[in-house]
Design a protein around this ligand. Structure first.
Ligand code: ADP
Length: 721
């Protein structure tokens, strides 16, 4: 008698035991259904054991096994690792794997009809027409045959009854095209070839090998990792490759580039997919038929059968950090996943994260460099515009230098891009009469004025209201005033400056769907836009050959706040944005408006001295023992009242275990101290690198009893603080 221990996608402490009925084949990793409480649930078999002689427990039986290949052992180990490392329940991590649960069901099917060759003597004119259509069309649905023959679907049915047509069930998903082109890419530069060959050799040899592909923007990193992909795909008929990209970089243009190179479309995974598309990618990945999967961070949790290579493009991007639910960093988890799968991994970036650079310098990652753009393309000249010496006119946001450059660019028939990481018209609305700053209800966040929709919007929670005529506090009429610039206001200024120019905004308000995003990217690439004004959405990977001027409206906005990575992020974001210019024959120029040109991030940016900048950052962090030189974690608590949160903070602080080298700071108000009516506080925890901070956090949470409405969550290596 055998027992299956089943892990369910629920926050339960451990797997539960079930009896495996005679004749049912269950192995570790099988996707099964079993009763839990009063309902049947889907789970994964974590272990199969033989029942001990003296085990007299009354076990419920496994109900059913899904016809899907079992979750391979490296994937199960990965789920356990991700849970332990990120201080989460294994069931919560499994829930991320099973998000597209429909993928467990067989592919959708439809009935199609084909001629049998049997010619009955009971033919009518209508039947002959249908048979002709069926011969012409191949296997086709009844409705389609009837339509083509111009008769009613009943006629098709009649032909089946007399044996002239045969019905058959077929899978309706399009057949999954397999990649066909693995040869070396054409026209690689010498640098690209060297890097590509090195990757090919390592992958041909096999095993876990981490690489950092460190190449300036536009240096052709994609072509290089294409070499790695081509090599990995040839390792086995079902060899698979995972490419992780920031969600907003997952454009149609990128998918098309993969299809061109490998002769088959990759399987996509992102939030814009329909449920059916999601199920399909999940199923094809589990069956090993999807050979290249391109996705946003959660693609990391797809059930690959034979993963040979992982690519993390734009590896420095902060969108790889998941901050809701199970918090994890997809880049760091991807390295672990590759290790468990014994696969190669390539982290690619023009501005690698400090953590990644330190790993490369320590020899943990092999570094490959691309130092030039291919052909005539050059990196843009980056100039700082000191707003103290060159201020915009009153009510404007563009300095005379940037305005003039924009005018000349337009007059030369070239394109300009203005970057401002603020959606809407104005990031703050105040009442001129009473001085009130309008806040989002129950949330410590100001409302942003949006002119196109004439609404006030909370960017934290999404809450919004029509812009009121009178101040909600003092009732004064027409007293509300937007303060500070958003992209809408900059667009207004550009329209006055260049009335003939075609100006568009590129932000999550104008690019709400994949289609809208593609529309803007295509219009810009096709020269139908003269000036594009965008938020960080413009920084990503897009190629605009006629773009020669990039203007950064407010380089200082990201430097505020007590964020450990503020300088690093600003450097990364601005050099990515600047890197949009001059990607083809025409040279590019980037003008960066700042009130702090003496800031090391700005100086390094203008000098193109990335490594010098990273050196300063790393010295500061090494000195303070901050990541990656030490470890850091956060514990965030929330509760509906100030009294409760204070009580919870006291209890939690008192329960902190003693840990060698561990320091606990707090509680202090969290960076967002009030969210949707809940008060939030936070502890920060630091330790030397050799301390297992995950285990420390787990021990802390385990011993903790908090009153019911209090919520608590741990975050290893927190990003926003
Ligand atoms: P990165 O990912 O490093 O920013 P891409 O791989 O997107 O750069 O390449 C930038 C542009 O240069 C693309 O339009 C690409 O087609 C082109 N490109 C890449 N390699 C070459 C090459 N060897 N010769 C000519 N063009 C190239």
């Amino acid at each position: 008698m055998k027992i299956a221990s089943i892990l369910f996608p629920l926050p339960l402490p451990e797997p539960f035991d079930y009896a495996i009925p005679d004749g049912m084949y269950v192995e570790p990793g099988s996707y099964v259904r079993a009763p839990l409480g009063k309902i049947e649930r889907t789970g994964v078999v974590w272990a199969v054991k033989t029942r001990a002689e003296d085990d007299t427990r009354d076990l419920k039986p496994v109900i059913d096994v899904y016809p899907v290949p079992a979750m391979p052992e490296p994937m199960r180990k990965f789920v356990s690792f991700a849970a332990r490392y990120n201080v989460a329940h294994p069931g919560h991590v499994l829930a991320m794997v099973l998000r597209a649960r429909g993928g467990l069901k067989p592919s959708p099917t439809a009935t199609v009809y084909e001629p049998t060759g049997y010619r009955s003597n009971r033919m009518t004119e209508a039947r002959v027409k249908v048979l002709d259509a069926a011969r012409e069309a191949g296997p086709t649905s009844a409705a389609e045959l009837a339509r083509q023959a111009g008769v009613s679907p009943g006629v098709v049915k009649g032909l089946v009854d007399i044996g002239s047509l045969e019905a058959r069930e077929v899978e309706t998903d399009l057949p999954y095209l397999q990649p066909t082109r693995f040869e070396c890419g054409e026209h690689l530069t010498a640098e690209q070839k060297t890097a590509g060959d090195e990757l090919r050799r390592a992958i041909a040899k096999g095993g876990f090998q981490p690489f950092l592909l460190d190449g300036i923007t536009g240096s052709g990193k994609t072509e290089v990792y294409f070499e790695a992909i081509a090599e990995a795909l040839q390792k086995a008929d079902d060899a698979q490759v995972l490419v992780l990209l920031p969600e907003i970089a997952l454009t149609q243009a990128v998918l098309a580039r993969f299809e061109d190179r490998f002769g088959a479309p990759p399987a996509p995974w992102h939030s814009g997919l329909s449920d059916a598309e999601r199920r399909r990618t999940w199923r094809e990945t589990a069956h090993g038929r999807a050979r290249i999967v391109i996705g946003a961070r959660s693609a990391l949790f797809l059930p690959f059968r034979n993963l040979k290579l992982v690519i993390v493009d734009e590896e420095h991007d902060t969108s790889f950090k998941q901050e809701d639910g199970v918090t994890y960093h997809a880049r760091d988890m991807a390295v672990m996943r590759a290790k468990l799968e014994d696969a190669a991994i390539v982290l690619a970036s023009a501005t690698p994260a400090l953590e990644t650079m330190v790993n490369a310098e320590a020899g943990r990652y092999k570094r490959l460099r691309l130092s030039a753009r291919p052909g005539a393309a050059r990196l843009p000249d980056i100039e700082l515009v000191d707003l103290r010496l060159d201020p915009p006119e009153k009510g404007n946001w563009l300095s005379p230098t940037l305005s003039n450059a924009l005018v000349s660019t337009f007059e030369a028939g070239e394109q300009g891009l203005l970057f401002l990481n603020r959606r809407g018209y104005a990031p703050l609305v105040i009442c001129k009469a009473c001085g009130e700053r309008l806040k989002s209800p129950g949330t410590e966040s100001w409302l942003t004025e949006h002119r196109y929709t004439n609404r006030l919007v909370c960017h934290l929670t999404g809450w919004s209201m029509p812009k009121p005529e009178a101040c909600p506090m003092c009732g004064a009429k027409d007293s509300l005033m937007g303060v500070g610039p958003g992209v809408e206001r900059v667009a207004e200024e550009v329209r006055v400056l260049l009335p003939q120019a075609r100006v568009e905004i590129f932000s999550s308000d104008t690019a709400r769907s994949g289609e809208e995003t593609r529309g803007i990217v295509d219009r810009m690439a096709g020269g139908e836009i003269d000036v594009l004004i965008g938020t960080q959405i413009v920084a990503k990977g897009h190629n605009f050959p006629n773009l020669t001027l990039v203007g950064v409206v407010d380089a200082d906005s990201g430097m505020k706040g007590g964020d450990l990575r503020a300088g690093e992020r600003t450097y990364q974001l601005l050099s990515q944005v600047a890197g949009r210019a001059g990607r083809a024959e025409r040279p590019g120029r980037a003008l960066i408006q700042t009130y702090g040109p003496e800031n090391p991030a700005m100086i390094a940016l203008a000098a193109g001295d990335r490594d010098g900048f990273l050196q300063i950052e790393r010295d500061v962090r090494a000195e303070l023992m901050l990541p990656p030189f030490g470890r850091m974690a956060a514990l965030v608590l929330s509760a509906p009242t100030p009294q409760l949160i204070e009580e919870a903070g006291r209890l939690t602080g008192a329960a902190a275990p003693n840990g060698e080298g561990v320091t606990v700071y707090g509680p202090a108000p969290a960076p967002i101290s009030l969210l949707r009516g809940r008060h939030r506080i936070r502890f920060l925890i630091t330790s030397p690198r050799d301390v297992d901070l995950s285990a420390y956090m787990a021990a802390w949470l385990k011993g903790l009893k908090l009153p019911n409405p209090v919520r608590i969550s741990a975050d290893i290596d927190p990003y926003s603080f």
